[in-house]
Design a protein around this ligand. Structure first.
Ligand code: FAD
Length: 309
C-alpha cells in the first residue's frame, strides 16, 4: 500500500482530480496549513504560542521551467521578510527541485545562494529538504558548496538510505547542521533498507553520531521509540536540551508535541502551505494506513458511512 500510494504521488493526472475535490481539500487541511502565506503565518503564530518553533515550507517540487524556479526563489525571499516582520520564531524548509534542480545545478545553486544570503542578513536559517535518492548526491554537493560560503544552511539525512551514515560523517566534518528523518520516498532495496526494523536501527545509530558532534541538529520523528532512544542518549551523555531540537510535522501527533514541550525539550513544527499540496499529502497518506481510511471515509457520503461515525 505504501509503495502504491507513493507511486500515485507522482501521478500528474491524478493530482488535479484530488486537488479539485472539495472533500479531499478538507482532509488535506489536516496536514497542510492552507494555500496562502497568510495561512502559514497564522499557523506559525499558533505554533509559537504553544511554545514551539516553526519551519515554513512553500509546497512545490520538480519545477520544470526556469521562470517557475525563479518565482519560487522570489517567494522564499518574501517569506523570510514576512517572518522577520511578524517576529515569528520560524525558519524555512525548501526543496531543490523547486529551485530548478531538474534544469541544472548552476541555476539551482544560484537561486539557493540568493535565498541563503537573504536569510543570513535577517539572522535566519535555510533547511534543504531531502527528496528521492536520484537527488541525494546533488543535494549534498550543493549544500556543501553553499555551506562553504554561508553557515546558515543545512540539509536532511534519511535513515533508510545505506549511504546516509557516510553522508552524516562527511557533513559533520564540515560543521553542517542536519535534520534526521527516516525517509518518505519510494526507494529500491539496493538503495534503502526495505525493513522498518533496519531503518529504525540506522536512525538510532545516526542520531547518536549527530548528537555527539556538538553541532545543533534536528531529530525529526513521531516515533515514540526513536524519541525514547534520543532522550536516553542525551541523558547518558549529558547533552543539554538546548543543544538539539525535536521536529514534527504540522497536524501529526500533537499530543506527543505537547508532551515534549512540557518536558522541556525544544520542538520545531514543519508547516507546509501552498497550492501544490498533492505529493506532500500523498506521502502523508502513505506513512500511515489509518490516514488513508480517514481520507476514504471522508469521501463517502454521510449516509453510507459505517455506524458510529
Ligand atoms: C520535521 C520533519 C521533516 C521531514 N523532512 C523530510 C525530508 O526532508 N525528506 C524526507 O524524505 N522525509 C522527511 N520527513 C518525513 C520522514 O522521513 C517520515 O516519512 C515521517 O516522519 C514518518 O516517519 P516517523 O519517524 O514519524 O516514523 P514512523 O515509523 O513512520 O511512524 C511512527 C509513528 O508516528 C506516527 N505517524 C508517522 N507518520 C504519520 C502520518 N503521516 N500521519 C499520522 N501519524 C503518523 C504514527 O503514530 C506512527 O505509528 C520529515 C519528517 C519530519 C517530522
Amino acid at each position: 500500500m505504501r509503495s502504491f500510494l507513493l507511486h500515485l504521488s507522482e501521478n500528474k493526472r491524478l493530482a488535479p482530480l484530488i486537488m479539485n475535490n472539495a472533500l479531499s481539500r478538507r482532509v488535506a487541511r489536516r496536514f497542510v496549513a492552507g494555500e496562502r502565506l497568510d495561512d502559514a503565518i497564522e499557523a506559525g503564530r499558533e505554533v509559537n504560542r504553544a511554545k514551539r518553533s516553526a519551519s515554513l515550507d512553500l509546497l512545490g517540487e520538480n519545477v520544470s521551467d526556469e521562470a517557475g524556479a525563479r518565482r519560487a526563489a522570489e517567494d522564499y525571499l518574501a517569506i523570510f521578510d514576512r517572518i522577520a516582520r511578524e517576529k515569528l520564531d520560524a525558519n524555512v524548509s525548501l526543496k531543490l527541485t523547486q529551485l530548478g534542480l531538474d534544469l541544472g545545478e548552476p541555476l539551482c545553486q544560484e537561486l539557493l545562494e540568493g535565498i541563503v544570503a537573504h536569510a543570513a542578513e535577517l539572522g535566519n536559517f535555510v533547511r534543504i529538504d531531502m527528496e528521492g535518492s536520484a537527488y541525494t548526491q546533488r543535494t549534498v554537493g550543493i549544500t556543501r558548496r553553499v555551506r562553504a560560503k554561508y553557515s546558515n544552511v543545512g540539509t536532511v539525512m534519511q535513515a533508510y538510505l545505506y549511504r546516509a551514515e557516510q553522508d552524516v560523517k562527511d557533513l559533520v566534518s564540515v560543521g553542517c547542521r542536519m535534520r534526521l528523518c527516516k525517509g518518505a520516498y519510494k526507494e529500491p532495496p539496493d538503495t534503502a533498507f526495505p525493513k522498518k526494523r533496519d531503518v529504525d536501527a540506522n536512525y538510532v545509530k545516526l542520531m547518536k553520531l549527530l548528537l555527539s558532534s556538538g553541532i545543533y541538529h534536528g531529530i525529526a520523528t513521531h516515533d515514540p521509540a526513536m524519541i525514547h532512544a534520543t532522550k536516553k542518549f542525551v541523558r547518558e551523555r549529558n547533552i543539554g536540551r538546548e543543544q538539539f531540537e525535536f521536529q514534527m510535522l504540522y497536524g501529526i501527533r500533537t499530543d506527543l508535541q505537547e508532551q515534549l514541550v512540557r518536558e522541556g525539550y525544544r520542538l520545531r513544527v514543519y508547516i507546509p502551505f501552498g497550492a501544490d499540496w498533492f505529493p506532500y499529502f500523498m506521502r502523508r497518506l502513505a506513512e500511515r494506513p489509518a490516514n488513508l481510511v480517514f481520507f476514504l471515509r471522508n469521501l463517502m457520503p454521510q449516509s453510507t458511512r459505517p455506524h458510529g461515525e
